[in-house]
Design a protein around this ligand. Structure first.
Ligand code: UD1
Ligand code: UDP
Length: 378
């Protein structure tokens, strides 16, 4: 069976690499990796960490790229490739424009699509933008659904999808087996120095990421203002913010938070640094999707700087709180975690609603079964 795995951004790569490594174990599967290259450096970091060499790279990234340019480049470059390779199935992941465009390109060649991380929903097509629509369209196109949780399965069923839904857990949890280790030494020089001088990791590290399209401009400025106030109020804490390479993110972040002694603005860190930092930080402030799934495993409270989430499981479990994008609320919620240890303890417990680290194995098993059915039917 020829399995053509397509991904293009950092989070997709982090969640697809464990699956690629799993698929490569089976003689009955030929696993072909195609990167769209929607991201460049940030994607390269992940491929290096997992020691995976892609078979194809569409290399589409442009500075300040638009949704239209991403979509059209992928469609145009995938068509001849799919005609040449003729895969039995195309696997895409999640909700990026790569996921949707690659699924559409496969559909145009009448190749079945398997959607890894299917069924997440906020119910608002403009938030997150354009990810909610990307998910809806990708699920509409797909034949096989690998849903991380039962609640994701119910979302699909509510939309009339009744066949081929497999609840597998999220492959992001599988990634920890490759990334997290006790006594880990950080690759990033500033992080390595921080942990060196912190004798016993005494300082409280607040880990921050924010980059979403719908947060660009005013919301991101609010987020930064709140962090600025917190850094003044808690000079003994260290605010570590690996800043996304999008120039529109970097301009705002450096303008508000540059040159402040206890704010460490660094370039995106590799996934090994990131997961180990997650395991050692005090709490997390983020607008990321993936980090909402990762931090709860480490028992780290997460303040989600968005107006909604498609990942209600850890909110229900109490480790994740959606705090919006207004400066005052973000500031107060973070202050609470510094000041109120009872409140902190309530949020800081490890929960793992997103999987047991075996999601890739379950997906591989489904693919092998489908392949066996197909062969038997011939
Ligand atoms: C994309 C996804 C988003 C995901 C995010 C993960 C879409 C529409 N958005 O958003 O769902 O959460 O990735 O990070 O699919 N850039 C570089 N080097 C890189 C990566 C990005 O320079 O390695 C810069 C480029 O100028 C690029 C810009 O960042 O044009 C934006 O990248 P893009 O993929 O369009 O958007 P993200 O915000 O990264
Ligand atoms: N991540 C990383 N380095 C960073 C920031 C994030 O490796 O500097 C990882 C993070 O642990 C998670 C993923 O990237 O696995 C999340 O990516 P991002 O926030 O870009 O996308 P989203 O999850 O919001 O789609």
């Amino acid at each position: 069976m020829k399995v053509f795995v397509v991904f293009g951004t950092r989070p997709e790569a982090i969640k697809m690499c464990p699956l690629v490594l799993e698929l490569k174990k089976y003689n009955d599967i030929e696993c072909i990796v195609c990167l769209t290259g929607q991201h460049r450096e940030m994607l390269g970091q992940v491929m290096e960490a997992f020691h995976i060499q892609e078979d194809y790279n569409l290399d589409i990234m442009k500075d300040r790229q638009t949704l239209t340019s991403i979509t059209t480049s992928i469609l145009e470059r995938m068509e001849p490739l799919l005609k040449e390779v003729k895969p039995d199935i195309v696997l895409v992941h999640g909700d990026t424009t790569t996921s949707y465009a690659a699924a559409l390109a496969a559909f145009y060649q009448q190749i079945p699509v398997g959607h890894v991380e299917a069924g997440l929903r906020t119910g608002d097509i403009y938030s997150p933008f354009p990810e909610e629509m990307n998910r809806l369209l990708t699920d509409r196109i797909s034949t096989y659904y690998f849903a991380p949780t039962e609640s994701n399965r119910r979302n699909l069923e509510r939309e009339g999808i009744s066949r081929n839904i497999f609840v597998t857990g999220n492959t992001v949890i599988d990634a920890f087996a490759y990334t997290v280790s006790p006594g880990y030494q950080f690759h990033d020089k500033k992080l390595a120095a921080l942990f060196d001088t912190q004798t016993g990791e005494k300082s409280k590290i607040v880990l921050i990421t924010a980059h979403r399209r719908e947060n660009l401009g005013e919301p991101l400025r609010n987020i930064c203002q709140a962090i600025y106030r917190l850094s003044r109020e808690y000079p003994e804490a260290v605010f570590v913010y690996p800043v996304h390479l999008n120039p529109m993110v970097r301009e705002t972040v450096w303008e508000v938070l540059g040159e402040i002694s206890n704010i460490l603005l660094i370039d995106p860190i590799d996934v090994l640094d990131m997961h180990n930092l997650l395991s050692r930080c005090f709490f997390v402030m983020t607008d990321s999707g993936g980090i909402q799934e990762e931090a709860p495993s480490f028992g780290k409270p997460v303040l989600v700087m968005r107006t909604e989430t498609e990942r209600p499981e850890a909110v229900k479990a109490g480790t994740v709180r959606v705090v919006g994008v207004e400066e005052e609320r973000i500031y107060r919620e973070a202050k609470n975690l510094f000041e109120d240890s009872a409140e902190y303890d309530l949020m800081a417990h490890a929960v793992n609603p997103y999987g047991d680290g075996q999601a890739s194995k379950r997906i591989a098993k489904v693919l092998l079964e489908q392949s066996a059915h197909k062969t038997a039917g011939k």
